[in-house]
Design a protein around this ligand. Sequence first.
Ligand code: ARG
Length: 263
Amino acid sequence: MRRQLARWFTVAASAVFAVGALVLPAHASSPSPSPGVVGGTRASQGEFPFMVRLSMGCGGALYTRQIVLTAAHCVDGTGSNSGITATAGAVDLQSSGAIKVRSSYVYQAPSFTGAENGNDWALIKLASPVTGSAVTTLPIAGSTAYDSGTFTIAGWGATSEGGGQQRYLQKASVPFVDDTACSSAYPGLVAGASICAGYQATGGVDTCQGDSGGPMFRRDAAGAWIQVGITSWGQGCAEAGYPGVYTQVSTYASAIAAAAARL
Ligand code: ARG
């Protein structure tokens, strides 16, 4: 079974943009509108102002204006690191209004050994805070109170299994899948570390390669966005029978907060 964890690097993403332009006639002949994530639609500018694209080919969310929460499998370890560029404040990665900031430090969850084993979270400290009204932070869920219902997923990753990275942020809604049902798809699922979502019976809507590290979120009781998951892994993308697996943020909320306070 293929559980794809591959990252998409900047070089690959740039190549995809270039190739996309070159093969425009093929896209133009496609009968369906541009899907997104998988089975999604394009997000509007300012809709999710906490979304960040990371240059190694992952997503993330602004935990503070200077700290991005992403997936552990998107980074190489803990330590000083100026090699990551975060792009924020724009759904169009090529927008002149996009804010680009370099990383200064990476903190990878200490017990991370592989996405399927849990602990798939990391923090990236930026060299300077991102400023302005085009960006906001996304609070994380500190309890399991919001670990059910309908979630929003978003990212610049592939819009089909094996597909290319996207220039424009894509979004979709997916229902919660409980641990029992998710474990039927993935027998080794570490339930306490994971929150699953998707249309398990039919597939069709899911995150995909390059969306990793991005947030899964919903509205809280006050109507504000709150992060409940971090895009982590799945078998293929949007396949019937196989939901997406997300890091259960509520499980790690206190560890995330403690680590962020030390960055
Ligand atoms: N691990 C992938 C990445 O690095 C994300 C996979 C999500 N897969 C899924 N079926 N939901 O981008």
